[in-house]
Design a protein around this ligand. Sequence first.
Ligand code: XUL
Ligand code: CO
Length: 441
Amino acid sequence: MADFFADVPEPIRFEGLDSDNPLAYKVYDADRLVSEKRMEDHLRIAVCYWHSFAWPGNDVFGEGTFDRPWLANPDSLDAARMKMDAAFEFFTKLGTPFFCFHDRDIAPDGATFGESASNLSTMVDYAGEKMEAAGVRLLWGTANLFSHPRYAAGAATNPDPEVFAYAAAQVKHMLEATKKLGGANYVLWGGREGYETMLNTDLRREADQLARFLTLVAEHKHTIGFDGTLLIEPKPQEPTKHQYDYDSQSVHGFLDRYGLADEYKVNIEVNHATLAGHSFHHEVVYAIANGIFGSVDANRGDYQNDWDTDQFPNSVDELSLALYEILRGGGLGTGGFNFDTKLRRQSMSRTDLFHGHIGGIDTLARALLVAELLVSDGTLAGMVTERYAGWDGEFGKRVMGRATLASLAEMVESGEIDPRPVSGGQEAAENTVNRAIWSVS
Ligand code: XUL
Ligand code: CO
């Protein structure tokens, strides 16, 4: 094994809450059974390549701060191999089953498309060997259609059809690479699919272009026999002022409008949900209720500001509610929890990568235990069933069935119907959640 993380000589182990070893799991115990399924199989945790291995810790005001020797020569294939050695050493020591990457994270851009494609193919072969040796799997692959200047005005939604074609070529290669590596899903995040100003934008045309692009991707998926799930990752803005895949509901509406709802699901990111003015809980519930829930990018925002800080998750409360819905909805399927998480710029040491992931993974594990308790206890579900009980009764069925506006009015006018307001019970529901949070062990 490579030796980039020499300060962490041993794989991270579960030591329980009594352990004061900062490099041990306190709650995440991969083999622990939760509702007869191993914790690892419930959570399907992935490490993301881009923030953890391809980002030097720069921000718009300053250069990279991180100690990452493999980033010294970003254009060379040798450096790309070194980066991959570091990544797999990390995955192995962390003990997580999956990873995720963009084409450009693992392979440098070449001078021509052919050179970039050849770099990708070389690195995909290398990744295949490393995955087999480490027993690490690919949760999803994706193409970077946002960093290069050619994509400044969008990829699929670019005013220039040649840029659309370039993006299509990139996705074709990356979809095939994902299939080759046995990826469970393929993600499309439309970072530049939006606008900066309406003044230069033909919104109607751009929607048709995006739908055409998604149709071509779905067709190619079937042509090559990729059996993973196609996922769209909603985000309301950043980098563009407005992104078309604003949230789960807008993505769902868009897919429905273009007849693509059976081809795509959503990859919900916690910090994207909050940027859209929703809770993560809301986004998960919306997606599950409409049959488009696919996977999660786990992270958190900073609730004092309004951008995508991609911090490591540390709120059991926030994750418990989402996991409660996911468990009730039948689990993650092909999805997982991908740590789309960035260290803070001052967390310069390589060991900080372990601290961030260990804390986030323990938080998720604890949230899973809370969720299991909420499901088995049944109080919350019971409250909801009772609240809507009228709709399951004879009258509710009639309203949804053969009633007319006039027949309903008649019942109200005659006094037969005279509804009384009842308590929504929010505080009691919140107390039920807190009781579960306080009592799991
Ligand atoms: C950007 C973001 C991306 C996607 C993959 O906010 O979340 O990293 O997850 O392109
Ligand atoms: Co993401």
